[in-house]
Ligand binder design. Structure first.
Ligand SMILES: NC(=O)c1ccc[n+]([C@@H]2O[C@H](COP(=O)([O-])OP(=O)(O)OC[C@H]3O[C@@H](n4cnc5c(N)ncnc54)[C@H](OP(=O)(O)O)[C@@H]3O)[C@@H](O)[C@H]2O)c1
Length: 272
């Protein structure tokens, strides 16, 4: 099962799982995109299922997992990938937006994992791959709530991994750096990202490949690219350099945003 399969990293990962012969269950809100991908991935006796759902409503998780098991008989890999971010000054973001971000980026992953674990325990095996971000390890200004959700997701994943050790269920967290997807368009509702981010962004297939590999990995953290690992490494061992880089980024972006920065509170509906 891949959440956030309607675009970017999730769509690329679903294609890769299907290409190696897996049955895939696709979750996201945009039903048309899900159906188009489902039709693309069905081939011979290889099946694919589309399950349109708004993951902000965490109550749906039990039903999504139950329908998957009913249809496929088991669930081997759960990829919690759906998420959104929003570039803004923290004090200009409404608490409703921050709460929705936590619901989609963290609580939905917890709810789906919680529903999938009993199934995986019965099978004696399974992998839960949570897609976080370098922003879940390194602090970034103007992305405060998003970074908080990804820090929470990493804490959840590492703790759950220890709790499930020996059960046959793996928990891995993938930490991508900048990736060329719709994420930036959606997240730039109020303040644009600095052009350098898009310049360094890697194609979604690079992260998708790491997700497929991570589903068999025993490691706790996986970095799909060297630059993602490098940002983490610098933050850990040269924190003053990481801070200087982040402050420079903040000042560049605020200068670019100019007068646009400092007006209305940010509304989640603008990004969705
Ligand atoms: N792009 C980057 O630079 C980058 C860097 C680090 C980490 N990541 C992480 O990578 C993952 C994938 O992001 P992406 O870059 O592929 O961005 P994307 O193209 O915007 O994809 C996000 C996916 O999440 C789904 N989604 C968002 N809100 C949802 C909701 N309420 N319910 C169900 N699905 C929802 C979207 O589908 P619908 O809109 O159809 O619902 C979409 O399929 C995310 O966890 C993101 O935090 C991205």
């Amino acid at each position: 099962m891949v959440t956030g399969a309607t675009s970017g990293i999730g769509r690329a990962a679903a294609r890769m799982f299907a290409a190696r012969g897996d049955q895939v269950v696709l979750v996201g809100r945009r039903a048309e995109q899900l159906e188009a991908l489902r039709a693309e991935l069905v081939h011979g006796d290889r099946r694919a299922l589309a399950m349109p759902a708004d993951l902000a409503d965490t109550a749906q998780a039990e039903e999504i997992i139950a329908r998957t098991v009913e249809s496929c008989g088991r669930i081997d890999i759960l990829v919690n990938n759906a998420a959104f971010g929003l570039q803004s000054r923290f004090e200009e973001m409404t608490l409703e937006t921050a709460a929705r971000m936590f619901a989609v980026n963290v609580l939905s992953c917890m709810a789906l994992a919680r529903a999938a674990i009993p199934v995986m325990r019965r099978q004696g095996s399974g992998s839960i791959v949570n897609v976080a971000s370098v922003g879940g390890l390194v602090a970034h200004p103007l992305n405060v709530a998003y970074c908080a959700t990804k820090h929470a997701l990493i804490g959840f994943s590492k703790s759950l991994r220890l709790e499930l050790k020996g059960s046959g269920i793996r928990v891995v967290v993938v930490c991508p750096g900048a990736t060329r997807t719709e994420f930036f368009e959606r997240a730039s509702a109020d303040i644009p990202f600095a052009p350098m981010i898009e310049r360094f962004a890697r194609p979604p297939e690079v992260v998708a490949r790491a997700i497929v590999k991570a589903s068999r990995s025993r490691r706790a953290l996986v970095f799909p690219t060297l630059d993602a690992w490098f940002l983490y490494f610098v933050d850990r061992w040269l924190p003053w350099l990481s801070e200087a880089g982040n402050l420079r980024y903040r000042d560049t972006v605020i200068r670019m945003a100019g007068a646009a920065c400092g007006s209305q509170p940010v509304d989640a509906s603008k990004t969705e």
